[in-house]
Write a protein that binds this ligand. Structure first.
Ligand SMILES: [Zn+2]
Length: 141
């Protein structure tokens, strides 16, 4: 049963080092939302690109388009792909909001949400298709 579940779900591998950077970035931006891009090859994360949330908001994030384009260019120059858009939920569950789903830029790219609602931060990785989300499995090693 467990094996068939793993085959059906998308499994993402994340190093402990990058995981800790992602969690710290979110923590450093509290009480506001943090955001950024997560890059890698196929299902393996290899780099994290924090972006400054220009809204200073605890419920929304925004980054100028030019800044995003520059960051994507840096990622592509390293022969990596953008795997996910990351943002935090400072005080709500790590579940995509209707706003998150309607503003997700590209269904080829995942959505990573880190929640600080509980004493231990929770990280979730979602695949988005036609504004419907599906959770992926994250392996931290
Ligand atoms: Zn959100």
């Amino acid at each position: 049963m467990v094996i068939s579940k793993i085959i059906m779900e998308k499994v993402i591998t994340l190093s402990k080092d990058i995981y800790q950077k992602v969690i710290a970035e979110g923590e450093n931006n509290l009480p506001y939302e943090a955001c950024g891009l997560i890059a890698g090859y196929h299902h393996q994360v290899t780099s994290f690109w924090p972006l400054q949330n220009q809204l200073n908001s605890s419920t929304r994030f925004f980054v100028h388009k030019q800044k995003v384009i520059e960051t994507v260019k840096c990622i592509e120059n390293r022969k990596e792909q953008v795997l996910a858009v990351f943002h935090t939920h400072p005080s709500t569950k790590p579940v995509p909001s209707p706003y998150d789903l309607s503003h997700h830029p590209d269904d080829q790219v995942g959505m990573v949400i880190v929640s600080y609602k509980y004493s231990l931060p929770q990280i979730k990785w979602y695949q988005i298709k036609n504004k419907i989300y599906k959770e992926c499995t994250i392996i931290i090693n």
